[in-house]
Design a protein around this ligand. Sequence first.
Ligand SMILES: Cc1ncc(COP(=O)(O)O)c(C=O)c1O
Length: 408
Amino acid sequence: MYTKNFEDNIKKELENLKQAGKFKVEREIEGAQGPEVEIKGKKFLMFASNNYLGLANNPEVVKSAKEALDTYGFGLSSVRFISGTETIHKQLEKKLAEFLGVEGAILYSTNFMANLGFFASLTNEAFGSDGNHVDAIYSDELNHASIIDSFKLCKKESVIKRIYKHGDLKMLEQMLEEDKEKNYRFKIIVTDGVFSMEGYLADLPKIKEISEKHEALLFVDDAHAVGVLGSTGAGTPEHFGLHGKIDVLSGTFGKALGGAVGGYIAGKKELIELLRQKSRTYIFSNSVPPSVVMASLRVLELLKEKPELLSKVSENAKYFREGAKKLGFNVLEGNHPIVPVMLNDAKITQDMSKKLLEHGLYVVGLWFPVVPEGTARLRFQVSAAHTKDQIDQALKILGDVGKEMSLI
Ligand SMILES: Cc1ncc(COP(=O)(O)O)c(C=O)c1O
């Protein structure tokens, strides 16, 4: 029964979120995702989307989705191992593995589900006979929420979790050194490929070296890098010359690769097979809809047919980053289309994102607790679909509002 007690407590919690500045407002976009969007009949320049390649409303991607609807229908009403596997699921898994340069891949409904499914499937062995933990996971403290939550599905008696400070690879090494004599069955290092609050890349060459030295499996969540970094868009491994050399990758079709839904784990074939057998978020959750699968196949082809999309997003990001710096803002350096403009003060950031929106520029402001205290920022996300004119307009608005608020 939904008692007054429930109602009062829920209302109180909502109020607390508002007071703490953590209440999220959802703006209603009328129409497709793109470099410009429409809200209440007014156009806004969109700089707050993960639509890095501009494929979210690409006519060819949409056409493939429509064809799939005609051929395969809307949904499969089943999980993969009961009656939910279509030939196109297998094709996408094969093409994805080829694209990433690995032996196999398994689709999940989202990257979040993929991460949740992975760690518990691989670990969760019975309690060690001597009362010790069986496996150990080493994780960057700023890894995505889905990785942090995935640990909660690992039995705490079986798996020890060790969290190292963001990017502190000396600390990671030290932890592995300390654990040398512990004889864990598996040691797993996990990192985001790109950290989305800053657009910073994990130092994969160094992490890989550490993982090899200590015989630890290396898991990279490349959600913000796949379709963005590397000469063919295969992500951070390709960017660092490590294409096909990372043990396990997870990623999403929900950002650069079409922007709908769908996640994956990719790596060695027996590992993928184990996930098909044991991964609860795969086994007990519906298969990815055919329209998304066919459209995603088309996205992988488009990456080959139109390599200019990758160079365009990178050029656009550079152009925007340089432009924002020239205006006099403190901009984080980087080579990812996430471009944080640092304002440091939460109140200023809140006010500025509101003002930018009033001027037609849609960008997200981030402040504590989403980012560390004193590091509030506007997070711009640049797309290959932005024209030079649209980027110039965004910079003009940023400059005008910055001057109006006496920030530059
Ligand atoms: C690093 C990382 N992993 C996983 C996800 C979740 O992806 P999905 O939307 O496919 O669940 C995200 C999305 O924000 C992400 O940034």
